[in-house]
Every structure is written in C-alpha cells, then in structure tokens.
Ligand binder design. Structure first.
Ligand SMILES: NC(=O)C1=CN([C@@H]2O[C@H](COP(=O)(O)OP(=O)(O)OC[C@H]3O[C@@H](n4cnc5c(N)ncnc54)[C@H](O)[C@@H]3O)[C@@H](O)[C@H]2O)C=CC1
Ligand SMILES: O=C(O)C(=O)COP(=O)(O)O
Length: 394
C-alpha cells in the first residue's frame, strides 16, 4: 500500500504525474481519504475538504477557486506554480491585441458568411472581398500605448513583448518584486496611479489576481479616462473587470473592443466582444510546466515538509539531516509559540539538530529536525499547545 493518496480534480498533464513514484503515491480522481488535492480551475469553495488532506496544489497561477484563508486556519498549505504558464498567457494577450486592432474576428466571420452566401448567389468572390474589406480596416500597434496593471510573471512578459512590437508601455504595480523589476524592460514607464495609466493608454491589460482589492479594478470611471477607441483586454479573471461598464462603453463607441478569457451570457454575444473559453494556460507546454512544478512542490511537502510557492504559508525549505526525525508544525503567529514548541521537545529529552520557523500573516510554520527516536505521543504533546493547528512527524 502506498503512503500518500493524491486526488486529482482536473486533468493534470501526465508529464507531471509520472514524476510521482507509484510505490509511494496513489493518484486517482475518486479517493475516499486523500492526503492531497491536485487541481486546476475546479471550484473548491463549496466542497468539503476532509481532515485527511495535508495540502492542496494548484497547477496554475490563480487560486481564487480555493478557500485559501480557511485552509490556512486548518494548517493546510495551498501551492501554486508562479510563472509556469506565463508565456502561454502572454502569447494570447498579444494575439488579443492583434485580433482587436485588425478586427480579425469579425473579418473572418465576414469571409465565412460571404462564401456560404455565395454558393446561393453565385457572385464573384474576389470582387465581393475587395468591396467588403474596407469595413475591417484597423490600426497598427507601434505608436499606441499599452497600460499593464500588475507586473508579475505574466505582466512583465506582456510588457516586454509589447515594447518589442513598438508599443509605448506603461506599467503599474505598487508591490512589484525585485526579481520582476530586474526582468522588466527599462523602456517600460512606471506610472504612480491606475488613473494615470488609464488616461494615457489606448489599450489596458490587467494581470493581477482576483482578490477583494482588485475586484472591479477596470470600472466605469477608469474606462472614461481612456482615449476614444480604447481596447480592454482581460486575461486575469472575469471579476477584475466591471463588464456592465465595459459593455456600456462599447455601445457608446468610447471603447473599440473587449477581448477576454471569461465569457458571460451578456458579454459573449456582444458584437464588440471577443470572448475566449479560458484558453490562457491551454497549451501543451504550459500544462506540462504547471503539472511538473505542482507535483514537485507537493511531493517535497508530503515527503519532507518543505514549503515552496505556497500562497498561504511562508517559504520554509530545509535539507534533511541524517539520523534525525523531522517534525512539521503549523501554528498561529503569536508570542511564545517557539518557546513552547522547543519546551515540549526539551521535556521529551530531544536535542534539536536544525530548526526553522517563519511566519506569514496570522500563521507560521516550523520545521525541526530532532536527534534520535521520537515517541508517537510527542506529536500529541505538540498539538496540545494552544495555537498549534497541525503537526506532522515526517
Ligand atoms: N487566463 C488564464 O488562463 C490565466 C489567468 N491567470 C490570471 O493572471 C493572474 C496573474 O498571474 P501571474 O502574473 O502569474 O501572477 P503574479 O503573482 O506573478 O503577478 C501578479 C502581480 O499583480 C500585482 N498586483 C496585485 N494587486 C495589484 C493591484 N491592485 N494593482 C497593481 N498590481 C497588483 C502583484 O504585485 C503581482 O506583481 C492570476 O492570478 C490569474 O488570475 C494566470 C494564468 C492563466
Ligand atoms: O493558471 C491560472 O490562473 C489559469 O487561469 C489557468 O487555468 P486552467 O489551469 O487552464 O484551468
């Protein structure tokens, strides 16, 4: 029998799954007491997550489909795979800009309808094409301005690619990391407010997570600041854009197009909306990258307690020390926790070989390697400390 059962809630690339040793890991879609959940966009908000679950891994970037805070309170880390699908999204955003600028979607519809109709009318196709094409005349990208809100893994790639296509690029991200700032083309101009970005951009593309602070980030007021004929691209999440405001601006002619990855009943059939079926990360390459990263992070946590790329717990990675037993402890982030944990170890006569404790928001995680044999009741003593949420002996 294997040690860890992993339940998959979406199709995960076999390139990732095959990295899991089947003597240690069971993988299936229907598992009664899973140790971990592995998913893409499946909605976990209304799903009861059993206590058997130690971790949740999202093969992808967005975790708005997962009750991240509730799981943190239970000592369950949620992992994601930052950057693993960023190139796929970047390419679709560039495609979206071109679809809108050259009216390609409607133009292709036009020729399809023309040929279908021609079979009946028998009119000369070349003449009809030449006469009809003027209604699809578009604009070119160099000289236009693209505003990128959110300069993370995707935003930076989009900004740099747009820059190299000749666009003027404005970027806004008050929490940009040093790593992303290094990757960003120096020609990208930093603006200090979202309003400035909208008022100076012909096209705006948000690349932020959907959280309370970003819900409705693209709203009626900000759209009104854009020059006439603007384009909104949305490959972040539906909720980041106030779609009713966008549709109104499309109807009034203020906006030229809305290209997005999150179709709604009202939006998908609007003539100036290009709605794609959430295709951002749907390339073989991105699916493989995400699966590999998610699986590696998950197995490292299940086997060794290491936490990399968790969205609700700090990064804690420790090499294993031979001859020791490892404990992984999730606790509330408040005074005296470390003292109490080491106190319990001391009372049990255990010598600490390695110890790491890091906090993030309301919670903290401790990895400790102790010398010698660890009795089973030690875990119970640690769990008895007020503020300890979960403990594992590894
Ligand atoms: N269409 C699709 O298939 C895909 C969509 N996504 C969406 O794109 C989002 C971003 O993905 P990544 O770039 O990989 O994430 P990331 O975490 O690397 O970057 C997000 C950036 O947004 C910034 N940010 C957060 N709030 C902000 C605000 N109010 N104003 C300005 N910047 C803000 C952060 O500082 C961070 O730099 C994901 O959370 C997901 O919702 C991601 C992958 C595929
Ligand atoms: O990674 C993300 O945030 C995505 O939106 C991709 O979603 P998917 O894995 O294609 O269901």
């Amino acid at each position: 029998m294997s040690t860890f059962a992993i339940q998959t809630l979406n199709a995960i690339s076999p390139v990732g799954l095959q990295r899991l040793d089947r003597d240690v890991f069971d993988i299936g879609t229907d598992i009664a007491e899973p140790r971990a959940l592995l998913l893409r966009s499946a909605d976990l908000h209304s799903v009861e997550i059993p206590d058997s679950v130690y971790a949740v891994a999202r093969a992808g970037a967005g975790t708005n489909n997962i009750p991240v805070d509730r799981l943190a309170a239970r000592g369950i880390p949620v992992f994601n795979t930052p950057g693993a699908n960023a190139n796929a999204v970047k390419e679709l955003v560039i495609a979206g800009m071109l679809l809108a600028a050259r009216n390609l979607y409607h133009a292709a519809d036009y020729t399809r309808d023309l040929v279908a109709g021609r079979a009946l009318s028998g009119k000369d196709l070349d003449k009809q094409v030449e006469a009809g094409k003027k209604q699809f005349a578009g604009f070119e990208l160099p000289g236009r301005t693209l505003g990128v809100v959110g300069l993370g893994a995707i935003g930076v790639l989009v900004a740099n690619a747009a820059q190299s296509l000749g666009l003027k690029v404005l970027g806004y991200d008050p929490a940009i990391t040093v790593e992303r700032a290094w990757q960003l083309s120096p020609q990208v101009e930093q603006v200090t407010s979202v309003e400035e970005l909208f008022s100076r951009s012909d096209m705006v593309t948000p690349h932020v997570p959907l959280v309370e602070g970003t819900r409705g980030l693209v709203d009626a007021h900000r759209i009104s600041l854009m020059p006439e004929g603007g384009v909104i691209l949305n490959f972040a999440r539906g909720g980041v854009v106030d779609e009713a405001a966008v549709l109104e601006a499309l109807d009034s002619g203020h906006l030229h197009a809305y290209v997005n990855d999150f179709p709604t009943e009202a939006g998908a059939i609007h003539p100036k909306v290009i709605a794609l079926p959430h295709l951002g990360a749907s390339t073989g390459e991105a699916e493989d990258n995400c699966a590999v990263m998610a699986v590696d992070q998950l197995s490292d946590f299940l086997l060794h307690g290491n936490i990399r790329n968790s969205v609700n717990f700090p990064e804690v990675v420790m090499a294993r020390t031979p001859g020791t037993t490892r404990l992984g402890i999730f606790n509330q982030n408040r005074p005296t926790m470390i003292g109490q944990i080491t106190g319990v170890l001391g009372e049990a006569g255990l010598n600490v070989a390695e110890f790491t404790n890091r906090s993030r928001g309301e919670y903290a995680y401790t990895l400790v390697d102790v010398e010698g044999e660890v009795m089973d009741d030690l875990k119970q003593s640690i769990l008895a400390i007020d503020g300890v949420v979960r403990a594992r002996k590894l």
